[in-house]
Design a binder for this molecule. Structure first.
Ligand SMILES: [Mg+2]
Length: 364
């Protein structure tokens, strides 16, 4: 495929959540819209591929990286092997960042190129990755931070009523987390605390969570790349750990797994290198017997990438569903979980095409 053009498109879709949500826990800005950065690639023979680079507060920086650093290296290139091409780009750009907006931007390009490659082969991305027998995957409802125990409890009950078997909290207060468990004794609860504690604090908190039957504790320690601290917390805290959305590129995942620090690994297609890196993490994780559960707190092409890779490469797919009540959806209702499951779209490429009317209505 020869790349003829690359465009970046920002969309902002208003959303609500049940109760008062603390969305300024991430990046210090309250979110009233779900902001996404779409990457549209057109080939010389007219095929359109869609990718997504990590959004929210980072969009302006990532857009600049794509337009000023990445796009000039891509235009008119004839790509025969996406992984090799992405490695070439990573080598050319490595002094500007091995994570963050540079890799977010590369992730968006990579996802769009896989979409194109699959379309050229009249197959889905999952078929390119070896095929899948799954027609649907388990979705876990990923809640924002509410802080108030009653609101946490209400939201967990609401998720269970909707059919979710798995619910992830972003709480850090023990009372709020205990309220979630009391809301339902059987729901699988995961807990993402977003790197607040030092090693001793994290061990202490992990021990307190033991009686709450937490499926995994995610990113308990600051800084997230302290893999040896994570290994110590895993050993002494006595509950399963998850991490990986803040790692990027295959080598960082290998280091994370090699350290014996986690039970679940979470590559994020829009943050870590796209479908190339995510699928490589799935392969590598087999060696360490670690379950891959992609991070996908978004619902554009990045979510489709998480579904396609999980359907093809996991024995027991589980994919994150951002629990927002969005005014509209890029892919319509088809993408929204039913009874706690997301369907694996069987169209060519990523499986679904974005709705043009949604892009034109919510484009910035
Ligand atoms: Mg997380």
């Amino acid at each position: 495929m020869i790349i003829k053009d690359i465009q970046t498109i920002e969309i902002r879709i208003p959303y609500t959540v049940l109760g008062t949500a603390k969305t300024d826990a991430w990046g210090g800005k309250h979110w009233s819209t779900a902001d996404a950065l779409l990457v549209r690639i057109e080939t010389a023979n007219g095929i359109i591929g869609w990718g997504e680079a990590f959004g929210y507060n980072s969009i302006a920086a990532t857009k600049t990286c794509i337009e000023s650093l990445i796009k000039p290296l891509c235009i008119d290139q004839n790509i025969e092997n996406i992984q090799e091409f992405m490695t070439t780009l990573q080598k050319k750009l490595h002094i500007f960042g091995r994570g963050g907006p540079v890799i977010f931007g590369l992730s968006g390009i990579d996802i769009a190129l896989w979409d194109i490659w699959a379309q050229e082969n009249q197959s889905s991305v999952a078929q390119l990755l070896g095929g899948s027998d799954f027609r649907e995957v388990d979705a876990y409802a990923s809640l924002v931070r509410y802080e108030d125990p009653k609101t946490v409890s209400d939201n967990v009950k609401h998720c269970v009523d909707l059919g979710f078997e798995y619910v992830k909290l972003h709480e850090i207060d023990l009372r709020a987390i205990t309220a979630a468990r009391r809301a339902d004794p059987n729901v699988r609860l995961m807990l993402d605390v977003n790197c607040p504690w030092n090693t001793d604090e994290a061990i202490d908190m992990a021990r307190k969570f033991q009686e709450l039957d937490i499926t995994w504790l995610e990113e308990p320690v600051w800084p997230p790349e302290d893999h040896l601290a994570l290994a110590k917390i895993r050993k002494e805290g006595g509950i399963p750990l998850a991490a990986g959305e803040n790692a990027a590129t295959l080598k960082q995942y290998e280091t994370l797994m090699e350290a014996g620090s986690i039970d679940f690994i979470q590559p994020s297609p829009t943050k870590t290198g796209g479908i190339s890196t995510t699928s490589e993490v799935f392969e590598l994780a087999k060696k360490y017997n670690i379950r891959v559960v992609p991070h996908s707190f978004y619902e554009g092409p990045g979510l489709l990438a998480a579904i396609q890779t999980s359907a093809a490469l996991s024995d027991k797919p589980l994919v994150e569903w951002r629990f927002f009540d969005c005014e509209d959806h890029l892919y319509g209702e088809e993408i929204v979980p039913k009874n706690g499951k997301m369907s694996v779209p069987n169209g060519i490429g990523l499986g679904l095409s974005p709705r043009e009317e949604v892009i034109s209505k919510y484009k910035v």
